[in-house]
Design a binder for this molecule. Structure first.
Ligand SMILES: C[S@@+](CC[C@H](N)C(=O)[O-])C[C@H]1O[C@@H](n2cnc3c(N)ncnc32)[C@H](O)[C@@H]1O
Length: 215
């Protein structure tokens, strides 16, 4: 389901700043060579993540779901001078691609990556985050949120990707697969959570943007 018409999307992209050459190279390689390329954030969402990060100017970012490291580089663009992005993924093969491109990006020193199950890694990293991007396996979104929430500073943000799941969340009875059910339940949970303020931002596949107001 296209939330925005192709014409409007093209127009919006024409009036959006260009990305770096390394991001274009990584995006084109991923789109050209990988069957799983729908996982990539893509140009427009990448620019959105970059500008959100620049607005927040975070010292610590946690990314759950590195894939080929494209969104990692977009988010890293907004880091403070002494900032660092910690990114987690379970897949060694895509991690190798990510590392190859980070090395050429000029941002490598600001990226710390961990390979393994995010649910096991998160408790072992002692950081307080300013911005967290949840973009891994959908059935675990709720678990990720609860696990990271105590590690997010008050006033910090959690952005969760794909919360519209191609529009499938509109009818959970008809689309009763595990990811659709989990994402709809995640959206309901966030909407009821009195510790946060939130907006379901209807761009691309839907971003749930949550600000921590209190513990
Ligand atoms: C949608 S992709 C991430 C896309 C990337 N953030 C971007 O925007 O370009 C999801 C990633 O989550 C990873 N993943 C899935 N389950 C995971 C888990 N339990 N722990 C860590 N990573 C996981 C997958 O290997 C995959 O690379």
């Amino acid at each position: 389901m296209n939330i925005v018409s192709t014409e409007i999307q093209d127009y919006a992209e024409r009036f959006t700043s260009a990305e770096s050459e390394i991001l274009t190279e990584l995006r084109q390689k991923t789109l050209g060579e990988r069957a799983d390329n729908s996982m990539l954030s893509g140009f427009y969402q990448g620019r959105l993540l970059s500008i959100f990060s620049k607005m927040i100017n975070p010292r610590r970012i946690l990314e759950i779901g590195t894939y080929v490291g494209y969104s990692t580089l977009c988010l890293a663009e907004g880091l403070s001078e002494d900032g660092k992005i910690i990114t987690l993924d379970i897949q060694p093969e895509t991690n190798r691609v990510a590392k190859e491109f980070w090395a050429k990006s000029g941002l490598n020193d600001k990226i710390e990556s961990h390979l393994g199950d995010a649910l096991e890694i998160i408790p072992n990293i002692n950081e307080i985050y300013d911005l967290i991007f949840i973009d891994a396996d959908k059935p675990n979104y709720r678990n990720y949120f609860e696990l990271v929430f105590p590690k997010l500073r008050i006033g910090g943000f959690i952005i969760a990707d794909n919360v519209l799941w191609s529009g499938n969340v509109l009818d959970v009875k008809a689309n009763n697969d595990e990811s659709t059910i989990a994402l709809h339940a995640f959206n309901q949970k966030i909407q009821k959570d009195e510790r946060v303020s939130n907006i379901l931002f209807a761009v691309r596949d839907g971003l749930m943007i949550t600000r921590k107001e209190k513990n």
